[in-house]
Design a protein around this ligand. Structure first.
Ligand code: ADP
Length: 249
């Protein structure tokens, strides 16, 4: 299983990334963790990126892309699966990550988009700040990271929609509920990836589901969306439009 995550800070991508990695027994590649580790160890790279992290700015693309290439090579040796957390964060990184993966024949099967409101994200990040003391969890820097997400990261979501690999989930609910929904969706995708080409699949939008996964009044039905994809017009990426993806994440 090859998954990449697109999510605003505080949506829970670290937690869900770890859950996915454990469930599918694949490496969890978290660029933020790798960068913070360099800062903590005071490596040469750590010294270069420290200011960017503290200010809530993106570090230069080539730094994280080198990390991804290295992680992909190790992941390939370990069986080819991965869950990417923290990259891509802009369209250049999205294209470059795709190119690197293509060379290694390991492009993502699923782009998992976690969606949540800014107010809830700020609340969660400030609560985390009290416990973890991450240097970028002050209110000013949090607002800056969120603005950056909306400006440069969120636009890549529709790109994955066009590629037919997008799964959007509502990350406003408790972590366990979100995690269950993600694993259920990924299990379905897992069984389909070898059967249906990416471009023939339709976006799965689970953000309209009620608190109980699969509730009758949900506006999106994963089973129907997936079953429908089998009949979708083949190989026409332009027809695989994302269903109702909104910029609330
Ligand atoms: P969050 O999503 O909560 O901001 P992360 O741990 O993913 O947390 O990232 C923390 C910081 O690491 C970012 O604010 C940024 O400075 C840096 N970073 C992580 N991934 C990337 C990336 N792909 N490109 C540029 N900078 C990155």
């Amino acid at each position: 299983m090859r998954v990449l995550m697109v999510a605003p800070p505080g949506a829970g991508k670290g937690t869900q990334g770890a859950l996915i990695a454990t469930h599918f027994d694949i490496p969890h590649v978290a660029t933020g963790d790798l960068l913070r580790d360099h800062v903590a160890r005071q490596t040469e790279l750590g010294r270069r990126v420290r200011g960017h992290l503290e200010q809530g700015e993106l570090v230069p693309d080539e730094i994280v892309l080198d990390m991804v290439r290295e992680a992909f090579v190790s992941a390939k040796a370990a069986g080819s699966g991965y869950v990417l957390d923290g990259i891509p964060r802009n369209i250049e990184q999205a294209r470059a990550t795709y190119r690197i993966a293509l060379q290694l024949d390991m492009t993502a099967n699923v782009a998992l988009h976690l969606q949540a409101d800014d107010d809830e994200l700020v609340r969660r990040l400030l609560a985390r700040a009290a416990l973890e003391h991450r240097s970028d969890d002050t209110e000013d820097v949090i607002r800056k990271r969120l603005a950056l997400y909306h400006d440069v990261t969120y636009p890549i979501v529709s790109w994955y929609g066009q590629r037919g690999i997008l799964v959007s989930v509502d990350a406003m609910r408790p972590l366990e509920a979100v995690g269950r929904e993600i694993l259920a969706a990924l299990e379905v995708m897992h069984s389909l990836v070898d059967l249906i080409p990416d471009e023939a699949r339709r976006t799965i939008d689970l953000t309209g589901l009620g608190a109980a996964f699969g509730s009758a009044d949900g506006s999106a039905d994963m089973t129907a969306a997936v079953a429908g994809s089998a009949d979708a017009a083949p190989a026409d990426a332009a027809s695989a439009k994302p269903a109702a993806v909104t910029d609330s994440g």
